[in-house]
Design a protein around this ligand. Structure first.
Ligand code: NAD
Length: 487
């Protein structure tokens, strides 16, 4: 297989990165760009042998990295952040070409945040204090010991960003890593391996294996030497991973799907509420947090819909590399088929498409708003992961909360209201890992992120990420028993 491909002028190594070396596989898979369906190149197709080699490399590198001083680990993490910052343009264009999300948001938002993830956890590590408790003169000393090799598995909708939410805290904690990016967007993980190596990360501390989850996944997640598994992706895959991890009771962090609501109360600033609703088409609706269920209070539903349609139909769909584009393509023909299937079944069940409801040319789906949907309908209950929103109306807070909470998910919720007391009452009753009031998508890295119910297990961010990647230890020391000479 050819070792390097050139994507938008950037050279990307398509092999695995294991133990500080590039490693080919006997077979490959083809990576396509969702922008025009063109083949970008052949990527190494890993299986159990590559999983074994990568975990062995992570295991061998672990004692050295775990023993590296915090200051040195933090220095290397900052050097990785420097490397990301130097290559923002390259990372942005490769990611856009590979997964179809907007170039302008990769450039200005996502890639700077990738660098920030490394800086944040480097600083976290340096600021990590210690906790000591005293029990009848005995000192209880709490320490954060590195856990060991970690398997990190990520999806395609925000590939590098989501990978670094896991890689950065794991490396900061002193763990070693095997990263398995999604097969539909494998490229930036390979660039991250280059950047980490240039930053001086020792061989084997970060390993990247490519391939289909169905072929390499089980070998990674059932491996007895793996001490943590962190997964972001769909619920069915999470079930499979949890089953595989059960063999060794390997601790899991799961960031999964959602079917989040946007509650618009009659007292809300309606223009703001409409902006929040239209924002849910970002990344062509391929955002786990997207508030795809619009719940609008009856008296303002008609006016809300009118303003929404005006704004949504003005969105420009097209090439994500163009500065003026608002909505890019969907990731893969199979994903497009899935989206269309959901919409066709909803329409057959009596839903009405206020806008959209069909494919556009190429790998694009028309921004869609469906009304006349029942609460128990598939389109209201299941994650579509495309630019498809539903609109239901409600009367009063009780009904709003009942509809909002009535799915098996609990990832996020957004509330638009002009009444602060109402906001407090409603947010307290919502089942969701993140609730936004009159805003969307903002989060400090120190705050927890994750889902309730089937949207996930555990939380990422700040202390929650860090603790997950550590074995917490309490060392209790008696006041007496010391050799006199040494006091
Ligand atoms: P997916 O579950 O199909 O794949 C995710 C990853 O799992 C890929 O790398 C894939 O190769 C791998 N995988 C597949 N089978 C595996 C197996 N048997 N063992 C180990 N790994 C395996 O998900 P996707 O389609 O790539 O991503 C979309 C989903 O991710 C949506 O449900 C979305 O809501 C969710 N998501 C959640 C968050 C969050 O933070 N909560 C963020 C982004 C995406």
């Amino acid at each position: 297989m050819s070792e390097n491909i050139t994507v938008a002028g950037v050279s990307v190594d398509t092999r695995h990165w294991i133990g500080g070396r590039r490693v080919a596989s006997t077979s490959t898979f083809t990576d396509h760009s969702p922008i025009d369906g063109s083949a970008l190149g052949e990527i190494a197709r890993g299986g159990p042998a590559e999983a074994e080699a990568a975990v062995a490399a992570a295991r061998d590198a672990f004692p050295g990295w775990a023993a590296t001083s915090r200051a040195e680990r933090a220095r290397i993490l900052h050097a990785i952040a420097d490397g990301v910052e130097k290559r923002i343009e390259e990372l942005a264009i490769v990611e856009t070409t590979d997964n179809g999300a907007l170039l302008r948001s990769h450039r200005r938002g996502v890639m700077p945040r990738v660098a920030h993830n490394f800086r944040f956890f480097a600083d976290w590590l340096l600021g990590l204090g210690h906790e000591d408790f005293d029990t009848r003169g005995h000192t209880n000393h709490v320490s954060w010991d590195p856990a060991g090799p970690c398997v990190l598995i990520t999806p395609w909708n925000a590939p590098l960003m989501l990978a670094t939410w896991k890689v950065a805290p794991a490396l900061a904690a002193g763990d070693t890593v095997v990263l398995k990016p999604a097969e539909w967007s494998p490229l930036t993980a390979s660039l991250l391996a280059d950047i980490a190596a240039e930053a001086g990360l020792p061989a084997g501390v970060l390993n990247v294996v490519q391939g289909y989850g169905s072929e390499i996944g089980d070998a990674l997640t059932s491996h007895p030497d793996v001490r943590r598994i962190s997964f972001t992706g769909s619920v069915p895959t999470a079930r499979r991973i949890a089953g595989s991890a059960a063999a060794n009771l390997t601790p899991l962090s799961l960031e999964l799907g959602g079917k989040s609501p946007l509650l618009v109360f009659a007292d809300a600033d309606l223009d703001l509420a409409v902006d929040l609703a239209v924002e849910q088409y970002d990344n062509a609706g391929q955002v786990c947090l997207a508030a795809t269920r619009l719940l609008v209070e009856e008296p303002v539903a008609e006016e809300f819909t009118r303003r929404f349609v005006e704004k949504a139909t003005a969105l420009r769909q097209g090439d994500p590399r163009e500065e003026s584009t608002d909505i890019g393509p969907n990731i893969h023909p199979r994903q497009l088929e899935k989206i269309d299937g959901f919409v066709r079944r909803a329409l057959a069940q009596g839903a009405r498409a206020v806008i959209g409801g069909h494919r556009n040319e190429g790998q694009y789906y028309a921004p869609t708003l469906l009304t006349d949907v029942a609460q128990d309908a598939e389109i209201v209950q299941e994650e579509v992961f495309g630019p498809v929103l539903t609109l239901q109306t409600f009367t009063g807070e009780d009904e709003a909360v009942r509809l909002a909470n009535d799915t098996r998910f609990g990832l996020a919720a957004t509330v638009a209201t002009g009444d602060r007391e109402r906001a407090e009452r409603v947010t307290a009753r919502l089942v969701a890992g993140t609730v936004w009031v009159n805003c969307f998508f903002v989060r400090d890295l120190q705050a927890p992120f994750g889902g309730s119910r089937q949207s996930g297990v555990g939380r990422e961010g700040g202390t929650w990420s860090f603790d997950f990647y550590c074995d917490l230890k309490n060392t209790v020391t008696a006041p007496k028993g010391w050799n006199q000479d040494h006091g």
